[in-house]
Design a protein around this ligand. Structure first.
Ligand SMILES: Nc1ncnc2c1ncn2[C@@H]1O[C@H](COP(=O)(O)OP(=O)(O)OP(=O)(O)O)[C@@H](O)[C@H]1O
Length: 225
């Protein structure tokens, strides 16, 4: 369960604190898959950054399961993020000098032997249909295939929270739709909570729940500052 209570975030712009986000009360059940929609600048990415612990709220509470994210120190938030959050970005952030397989295995548990890590990663490459391409460099595969590898990297540790910020923003529609459907399917099979920011209403419609950030963010509704 994710719980947000009276969460506020503002940014300093030209010496002034501009309120960006105010979420009075919000809950997400474990395993829910939610698409976030909203105009540019409405606070969608800011919300993901707060949930991943990259940013701290000015005030309010953010609970992920039994962890009070708002109370953690920076190093505790780094640990929380490494263990519990899988992030998928619009740009895939794969290391260009490493193969897809090396990119994935780089972040796998140090407690796993090389043999175990190779077995687990092979299963994931098969699951996303990339077995043939796994030994190639990112530049030697398509953008859709790069994003599938980035998806494995985000999901392989079975994080309690998967955050995807415009994950299909740089893909053509057909590739985007197939990537989104794979992401939804895997998160459902693994029981992972998925929050995806997208501008695409058709892709958002494939999610069991859609949230318009304007409905969540009291500042956008003009009822608060
Ligand atoms: N680090 C920052 N410093 C100052 N202002 C910021 C910072 N991060 C975000 N903002 C401002 O906060 C507002 C919300 O930004 P955010 O990136 O959350 O919007 P968004 O809904 O994700 O937009 P988009 O759909 O364009 O990505 C914007 O006005 C942005 O300029």
């Amino acid at each position: 369960m994710i719980t947000l209570k009276e969460v506020r975030k503002s940014f300093k712009q030209n010496g002034e604190h501009i309120p960006i986000l105010h979420i009075e009360q919000w809950q997400v059940k474990r395993g829910e898959r939610i698409a976030f929609l909203g105009p540019s600048g409405s606070g969608k990415s800011t919300l993901l950054h707060l949930l991943s612990g990259v940013m701290q709220p000015d005030s309010g509470e953010i609970w992920i399961e039994d962890q009070p994210i708002h109370r953690l120190s920076e190093s505790q938030r780094d640990q929380y993020r490494a263990k519990s959050v899988g992030y998928i970005f619009q740009e895939f952030h794969l290391i260009s000098s490493l193969t897809l397989k090396q990119n994935v295995e780089l972040i796998m548990q140090p407690s796993m032997s090389n043999k175990e890590a190779a077995e687990v990663s092979a299963q994931w490459f098969e699951r996303v249909g990339l077995t043939t391409q796994q030994h190639r460099l990112p530049s030697q595969v398509s953008r859709g295939q790069q994003q599938r590898a980035a998806m494995i990297r985000a999901l392989i540790g079975k994080p309690s929270l998967v955050l995807a910020d415009e994950p299909t923003g740089s893909l053509d529609y057909e590739t985007a739709a197939s990537m989104m459907s794979l992401l939804l399917q895997i998160c459902e099979e693994e029981g992972l909570t998925l929050l995806t920011v997208t501008h695409d209403v058709h892709l958002a419609a494939s999610y069991p729940r859609q949230v318009h950030i304007e409905d969540l963010n009291a500042i956008r509704r003009g009822v608060t500052a």
